[in-house]
Ligand binder design. Structure first.
Ligand code: NAP
Ligand code: ZN
Ligand code: ZN
Length: 351
């Protein structure tokens, strides 16, 4: 038995002639450890767009994206202990993992290697069926992969925290962003604007590196101390050797040599954006300056809860544009054109 719910899905690789369309998806019955969630809002992440466009490899169509999910619990399984009907909850980028490998045991389920986390969409559930994401009316998830949304955070604003929020919080904490640290965020989009807010709340000195100065006023209002246009070659001369930590949130290829050169001795550039194509890195820029290049993937369940509680405590929430579900294709086009301020969030009552 399953329940049929409204959804938006891609039926083939996304493009202007192959938009997401209205459809339905099946949700499993609530098992002993499951929580059923009435999805109120779903954020639109650039990863949704990479995935439905086929830029990251194989997609099982039809596919409903969405891994920034906020809603209300409508039913709980007989063995569920943490959640009750009526609770405000969220679901992020994964809905299960092996629970046994060293990374799952350490609460870093996103790095599960046995064989890997089960993505909220375009994954394969324990029942062998393709997982379907948050652009839908409801979802059923094991309680261990559900987050509690603090009362002070509105559900529409909570949704983007489940991916954009944790993806920036995790590296900021891992690399000890705080007072006395100079942090740069490349790209002021969904991820980037959360990076600015979170780094500022952690007490770091924050610089935005954006393509132009068009969003400078916003960037400074969101908590940046400085703002530079990367279209101006002087930016790279002026800022050479200045940052302890650079978070690259850009969804397209950059000239990495230029950006790595902005790190000071022992500084780290963390790659968060995942463009379709590889980016060459000349060894010299790493060697002369003992610079480091890393990556970081979302965050584990424990750290995601910590991030939500941090955001509630420090009043950190995303800037959002709430849209009707039928606007999703236009939202994708605008995201591709860097015309997003700063996260689209679907009102799922319009599905
Ligand atoms: P987004 O809202 O579209 O923001 C990306 C920003 O990058 C744009 O707003 C723009 O900022 C800048 N940008 C875009 N195209 C550019 C270009 N050609 N050259 C220079 N800058 C450009 O996307 P998002 O949702 O924040 O996601 C960003 C990336 O992170 C995507 O690749 C996504 O898949 C990835 N991601 C990774 C993780 C992870 O765990 N590592 C999690 C979520 C998403 P400006 O206008 O300010 O220049
Ligand atoms: Zn995402
Ligand atoms: Zn595991």
């Amino acid at each position: 038995m399953t329940t049929t719910v409204n959804a938006y899905a891609a039926t083939q690789p996304w493009g202007s002639s192959a938009p997401l369309t209205k459809t339905t998806v099946e949700r499993r019955d609530v098992g002993p450890n499951d929580v059923a969630i009435d999805i109120k809002f779903a954020g639109i992440c650039h990863s949704d767009l990479h995935t439905v466009s086929g830029e990251w490899g194989d997609v099982t169509f039809p596919m409903t994206p969405g891994h920034e999910i906020a809603g209300i619990v409508t039913e709980v399984g007989s063995d569920v202990t943490r959640y009750a009907v009526g609770d405000r909850v969220g679901v992020g980028c994964f809905v299960d993992s092996c629970r046994e490998c060293e990374f799952c045991q350490a609460g870093e389920e996103q790095y599960c290697n046995n064989p890997g986390m089960i993505g909220t969409y375009n994954g394969t559930g324990r029942d062998g069926k393709p997982t379907q994401g948050g652009y839908s009316d409801a979802i059923v998830v094991d309680e261990n992969y559900v987050l509690r949304i603090p009362d002070s955070i509105a559900l529409d604003k909570a949704a983007p925290l489940l991916c954009a929020g944790i993806t920036l919080y995790s590296p900021l904490r891992h690399w000890d962003a705080g007072p006395g640290k100079r942090v740069a965020v490349i790209g002021l989009g969904g991820l980037g604007h959360m990076g600015v807010k979170l780094a500022h709340a952690l007490g770091a000195h924050v610089t935005v590196l954006s393509q132009s100065l068009k969003k400078m006023e916003d960037g400074l209002r969101l908590g940046a101390d400085e703002y530079f246009a990367t279209s101006d070659p002087d930016t790279f001369k002026k800022l050479r050797g200045s940052f302890d930590l650079i978070l690259n949130t850009v969804s397209a290829n950059l000239n990495m040599e230029d950006y790595l050169g902005l790190l000071r001795l022992d500084g780290t550039l963390v790659e968060l954006g995942m463009p379709e194509n590889p980016m060459p890195i000349p060894a010299g820029v790493l060697i002369f300056g003992r610079r480091r290049l890393s990556g970081s993937l979302i965050g584990g369940i424990k750290e995601t809860q910590e991030m939500l509680d941090f955001c509630a405590e420090h009043d950190v929430t995303p800037e959002i544009e709430v849209i009707e579900a039928s606007y999703v294709n236009e939202a994708y086009e605008r995201m591709l054109a860097s015309d997003v301020r700063y996260r689209f969030v679907i009102d799922n009552s319009t599905l």
